[in-house]
Design a binder for this molecule. Structure first.
Ligand SMILES: [Fe+2]
Length: 194
């Protein structure tokens, strides 16, 4: 995450909900199917999508509110509607590097699921609709799945000191994946955990 100068004065940014943009924005990261290839169960579908143009899955915008004595940050994520095989588009998911760091997620548009899981596989899924707000306690990895037909937009509030750890999720993913079955989202055991 890009650093900004320390600023002890109040700061506001303006969110544009439909596309998850805000002003001013200092950094945007885009993740495509190829960036998340190892996260999806159907590797044949991953390859086919990459060959056919490698579609974007989500965008994240950050804003760090760094003062002399505090380090809050804002992250706004917009997950496009879509699937890899029958598995819905989702964020990569991460643990926090600092094990005393929680986070608050606020879904401002769309519908989906916030999955949370400890390193030992204790799993909690929060069904999400517009304006569901979830506190993610320390020790729970977290990722968001868009099961709807419009972009899912959520706002994350966290401390910069929390940091990100992707390794365990890259290796084994979450215990459950969310797939479309008979036109509806369904939670099934991940093949990596079976
Ligand atoms: Fe986080």
């Amino acid at each position: 995450m890009k650093a900004v100068p320390v600023n002890d004065l109040p700061v506001s940014v303006q969110l544009n909900v439909p596309d998850g943009t805000f002003t001013p924005c200092i950094e945007m990261t885009s993740r495509k199917v190829s960036d998340l290839a190892m996260m999806f169960a159907d590797q044949k579908a991953v390859e086919d999508l990459i060959k056919s143009g490698d579609p974007e899955v989500y965008q994240i915008r950050y804003y760090p509110f760094q003062t002399k004595n505090s380090d809050m940050a804002l992250g706004v994520t917009m997950i496009l509607p879509g699937k890899v095989g029958n598995e819905y588009f989702m964020t990569k998911g991460h643990f926090h590097e600092a094990d005393n760091q929680p986070e608050i997620y606020h879904c401002v548009q769309g519908e989906g699921v916030l999955q949370m899981m400890t390193i030992d596989g204790e799993y909690v899924a929060a069904p999400w609709v517009k304006d569901t707000i979830t506190h993610i306690p320390p020790h729970y990895a977290h990722r968001v799945i868009n099961t709807g037909s419009v972009p899912l937009v959520f706002v994350a509030s966290f401390h910069i000191a929390a940091g990100h750890v992707y390794g365990p999720i890259e290796k084994k993913g979450f215990k459950y994946i969310i797939v479309e079955k008979d036109g509806k989202p369904q939670e099934v055991l991940s093949p990596k955990w079976a």
